[in-house]
Design a binder for this molecule. Structure first.
Ligand code: FES
Length: 62
């Protein structure tokens, strides 16, 4: 389990707010390569370089 996943899991378990930064997923940083897409809990994908890089931990699936 990665550190981010552990933080996400602990925050959910303790019901505390948590934000995670996913900048390591970025490629071009310009919205061109689509390499930074992350799945979100309510369906679909968001781009780390456009909607992030910081997300509510409950929002993204990592
Ligand atoms: S980093 Fe290339 S599209 Fe987001």
């Amino acid at each position: 389990m990665t550190l981010l996943k552990a933080a996400q899991s602990l925050a959910k378990e303790k019901n505390i707010p948590c934000q995670i930064s996913l900048e390591e997923k970025m490629g071009c940083g310009l919205g061109v390569c689509l390499g930074c897409a992350v799945e979100v809990a309510d369906g679909g994908y968001e781009h780390v370089c456009k909607q992030g890089p910081v997300f509510d931990s409950n929002k993204v699936i990592i």
